[in-house]
Ligand binder design. Structure first.
Ligand code: NAD
Ligand code: UDP
Length: 311
């Protein structure tokens, strides 16, 4: 028997892939989204499925529905969008989180929180393990998101200790793939769209900062495994541990798209982490988590998505 599953932020990039997977596994899926960065287009093909329901709603406001599981994915993830209305980002992470934990408490459902590698800030430990407490600026331009996600983790664990809410917390590292908005503003989508249009590639800083990029299918498998794991609350890192400089990413994308684009250097935004790579030992031990897509394979799939998207 399938479950009735709520996915907040289900019209966004990751949420839309998750919706599809959980429907295919025979569940009922209810997507709640305020369409700030999400798009109906991402879930349009699911609308005719009788097991699928879409509700336009902002999780900052209370929600009363009956569900068995909650994936709390709602929150803009691109710096451009989470900084556009920083106060709203904080509200989503604090009030939205409280509302979703309250819903989980009332319905006795399990709730999974999509936290982030940003809780490690500009890390002084490399690669990052779950035991690392992070190096985060409380008052900078990224704080609405980084500190927002940190307090949402705190809320999860306090609701668990105080009200026995059944929580799961994952820390997602840079993930990319189809269904990203061409205007998303994150590095993989920006570089691919620029390369396909033969426009300059906007490199922030000298491009020596590193990230570890995960293809969305790998991540979604890890998310569902964590939701259904007994006796393990997390937090657990999920991603891909192959680390690249942003410059190497640009060069790879130019090569794969056969682009005439040139690199244009721009100032590095403040508090931009210089390096990031997940230690995935815990995910491997607890969830048998493995990533299957090397960067080039994931990029090829993402490039063919954007080729159709921006035609
Ligand atoms: P996204 O911006 O594509 O999706 C976020 C979705 O949440 C959108 O559909 C948006 O409209 C919706 N949303 C935002 N605020 C809302 C609110 N208050 N009420 C209802 N809906 C709201 O981003 P994504 O990459 O799919 O990220 C999904 C989640 O995963 C986010 O919580 C993000 O912080 C987390 N995450 C993502 C990454 C990544 O690399 N993609 C990394 C770390 C964490
Ligand atoms: N970046 C870049 N050009 C862009 C967008 C991003 O050089 O057009 C850089 C950004 O400064 C950061 C890295 O790429 O160092 C990853 O940025 P993204 O916004 O994708 O994610 P995050 O910084 O949150 O990891």
């Amino acid at each position: 028997m399938g479950k009735r599953i709520l996915i907040t932020g289900g019209a966004g990039f990751i949420g839309s892939h998750l919706s599809e997977k959980l429907l295919n596994e025979g569940n009922e899926v209810i997507v709640v989204d305020n369409f700030f960065t999400g798009r109906k287009k991402n879930i349009e093909h699911l609308l005719s499925n009788t097991n699928f329901e879409l509700i336009r709603h902002d999780i900052i406001d209370e929600l009363r529905i009956e569900v068995d599981q909650i994936y709390n994915m709602a929150c803009p993830a691109s710096p451009v969008h989470y900084q556009y209305n920083a106060i709203s980002t904080v509200k989503t992470n604090v009030l939205g989180m409280i509302n979703m934990l309250g819903l989980a408490k009332r319905t006795k459902s399990r709730i999974l929180q999509a936290s982030t590698s940003e809780v490690y800030g500009n890390p002084l430990e490399h690669p990052q393990k779950e035991t690392y407490w992070g190096n985060v600026n409380t008052i900078g331009i990224r704080s609405c998101y980084d500190e927002g996600k940190r307090i949402s983790e705190t809320l999860c664990f306090d609701y668990h200790r105080q009200h026995q809410v059944d929580i799961r917390v994952i820390r997602i590292f840079n993930t990319y793939g189809p269904n990203m908005n061409p205007d998303d503003g994150r590095v993989v989508s920006n570089f691919i769209v620029q390369a396909l249009k033969n426009q300059n590639i906007t490199m922030f800083g000298d491009g020596s900062q590193t990230r570890s990029f995960c293809y969305v299918d790998d991540l979604v498998n890890g998310i569902v495994a964590m939701m259904n794991k007994e006796d393990f609350l997390g937090p657990v890192n999920l991603g891909n541990s192959d680390e690249f400089t942003v410059k190497a990413l640009a060069e790879k994308i130019i090569e794969l798209t056969n682009s005439k684009s040139k690199i244009e250097y721009r100032p590095l935004p403040s508090d931009d982490p210089l390096m990031r790579r997940p230690d995935l030992t815990l995910a491997q031990e607890k969830l048998n988590y493995k990533f299957n897509y090397p960067l080039v394979d994931g990029l090829k799939k993402t490039i063919s998505y954007f080729e159709k998207e921006i035609k």
